[in-house]
Each structure stands twice: as structure tokens, then as C-alpha cells.
Ligand binder design. Structure first.
Ligand code: SF4
Length: 312
């Protein structure tokens, strides 16, 4: 039986896609390893997946674009993909957190996907997300490296399209005993560099919080109503003060010594940097990346200087 591969451009409740018999595929997860130079770009993330989809370099059956919520470039690049003939659905989060609105969006998405054929997937994924939360906790006490924790947590957006395979990958995560000297939070969208967490770890900066991946494990629900009530608090789609309020509590809980705010070239989230600096009372290092690849030397030097500053 053919399992339809449903590409998603940002967080779209994967529980609903699995329940409708599809296999979610987060197009962003292949970007950090990509060697593509897109012809026409603002943000490299959306420009690369747009070109990749239009040129049919990834086999997908349909596309769900998060058009209202956390990314404005995706709205345009998503339409370009749709114009190339890919069956596309545009999904909107409510800026004001209205659960009823989100519920209506989820029903529209269900109609686009077909129908709920495997309702048990909701519970299965809820359980798996609890395991993800345990991994996050273990990383917080040095029992799992931030490199391993990030790899797992970031994959929760699509659960690698394979629940059994993903469960196995989680079970294989090795325990370690890491001294957490310089505890940093990584906020903003994840860095486009595939080795960023390795680099930070090698420079004795321990990432104890990955803001966006944490959103992937934080939300779940056993049916559409519950999913709507929970995902409405997806911080990236809500007003900035809502997200900052959440961050303040989380950073305090995790006892961080400093913050790395990663911003992406031509991403509107870059404009949030000055507000973050005003509202979050920690040493902050703002980095900006553009094209995928290895972490550039200049960024490594800045990370090193930041660690020295925290240590002082
Ligand atoms: S970095 Fe910004 S513009 Fe680029 S895909 Fe992410 S949210 Fe969109």
C-alpha cells in the first residue's frame, strides 16, 4: 500500500498526518546538509526547499505550507511550489491563540489529507513525545550530550516519517556524564550549520535549551480538539511578548549562564533581536548565518570569546 509522503514547511501537528495514513517529511531537516545554491533567494531555508520541490528532487505526494504563523518567506516560496503542480494546502495558526480557530484549521487539514484512519497514532505519538521530554531532561543534567539531544528533538517535527524507526533511534541514544560548566540556551530558529552543536560542545559551551525543537516535543493531543488546545500555545506563532514570557520561565528553570540568539539572513525573526536583548536579562551573543554547511571560523571565534566572557 502506498503511504503518501506529506512535506511540511514548519511545525504542522505530525500526529494528524500519521492518523490520516500519511508520512510527514519536514523539508527543513535536509537543508543543513544541502550543497545547493538556490537561484533566487532571501532566506536560504525556504529558497532551497522551494527549488528542491519545484525541480522534483524530493519525491513527495503533497505539501502543507505553514502560511500563517512563524514564517513569511514560506508563504511565497510555498506558492511557487504549488504553482509547479504540487497539491498544496496552506495551514494557519491563530496569532491570538484561539483554540476554536485552530480546530477549524485542523479539520481543513484533515479534509486535505483524506480522513482519520488510524486514531491510535495520536496516543502513540503523545507517548513518544514524553520520551523526547525525558531526553531533554537528561541533557539538562549532563546525562545526554546536547549533540545527541538536538538530533532527536529536532526530528520530532516529522518523527522521521517512521514511528518504529524513530523509536529505535531514541532507544540507541547513549548516556554520558558531561560537566555542565557553561550552560547556554540556543534561541531563535535552529542554526543552518549541520555541526553547530558539535562546535559549541568542543568549545565547552553546553547547550541546555534548544528553543524551537523544544516546541516540537511540548505539544500533543489524543484527538483534534486536544491538539488544537495544546498547539495554540506554539510560541513561534504567537505575539512576541507571549514567547518571551515563556522563555523567561524556561531559562530560569534551566539556570542558563548565557544565550545564543541565532538569526538567519533575511528572516523577519532577526528584527526580534533587540527586544530579546531588552527583555532577557542574560549575556546574549547574536549570530547570523546564511548558507548551509559547516560553522564558519569567524563564528567559532565569536563563540569562544562568548565562553570566555561567561567564565569571567
Ligand atoms: S529562518 Fe525565518 S524566514 Fe527562514 S524559514 Fe525559518 S522562519 Fe522562515
Amino acid at each position: 500500500m502506498h503511504v503518501p509522503k506529506i512535506a511540511i514547511t514548519a511545525l504542522v501537528p505530525p500526529e494528524l498526518i500519521f492518523a490520516c495514513g500519511g508520512e510527514p517529511f519536514d523539508v527543513n531537516n535536509v537543508i543543513p546538509a544541502s550543497k545547493k545554491t538556490p537561484r533566487n533567494k532571501l532566506c536560504a531555508w525556504t529558497a532551497i526547499w522551494q527549488e528542491m520541490l519545484v525541480k522534483r528532487e524530493q519525491k513527495i505526494d503533497s505539501l502543507v505550507v505553514v502560511a500563517g504563523g512563524d514564517c513569511h518567506n514560506a508563504l511565497v516560496d510555498g506558492q511557487k511550489a504549488a504553482m509547479s503542480g504540487i497539491p498544496t494546502h496552506f495551514f494557519f495558526y491563530p496569532f491570538d491563540g484561539d483554540a476554536g480557530y485552530l480546530e477549524s484549521q485542523l479539520y481543513k487539514l484533515r479534509d486535505f489529507l483524506g480522513n482519520i484512519e488510524f486514531p491510535e497514532k495520536f496516543r502513540e505519538i503523545k507517548k513518544l513525545k514524553k520520551t523526547g521530554q525525558q531526553i531533554d531532561k537528561k541533557r539538562l543534567s549532563g546525562q545526554i550530550s546536547s549533540v545527541d539531544a538536538f538530533r532527536i528533538l529536532v526530528s520530532f517535527s516529522d518523527l522521521r516519517g517512521d514511528l518504529n524507526g524513530f523509536q529505535k533511534a531514541i532507544a540507541e541514544v547513549k548516556e554520558s556524564d558531561i560537566e555542565l560548566n557553561n550552560r547556554v540556551a540556543l534561541i531563535g530558529v535552529p542554526p543552518i550549520y549541520h555541526d553547530f552543536h558539535e562546535v559549541a560542545q568542543s568549545l565547552d559551551l553546553q547547550i541546555v535549551f534548544d528553543e524551537l525543537p523544544y516546541e516540537f516535543i511540548r505539544h500533543s493531543g489524543v484527538n483534534i480538539k486536544e491538539v488544537a488546545r495544546d498547539y495554540r500555545d506554539y510560541t513561534f506563532a504567537r505575539p512576541l511578548d507571549f514567547r518571551i514570557g515563556f522563555l523567561q520561565k524556561e531559562l530560569e528553570k534551566r539556570k542558563v549562564d548565557g544565550i545564543i540568539h541565532y538569526t538567519q539572513f533575511a528572516c523577519h525573526h532577526t528584527l526580534e533581536d533587540e527586544v530579546m536583548r531588552q527583555k532577557l536579562d542574560y549575556p546574549i551573543l547574536t549570530l547570523q548565518g546564511d548558507m548551509p554547511g559547516k560553522t564558519p571560523e569567524q563564528i567559532k571565534l565569536r563563540l569562544e570569546a562568548f565562553r570566555e566572557m561567561i567564565e569571567r
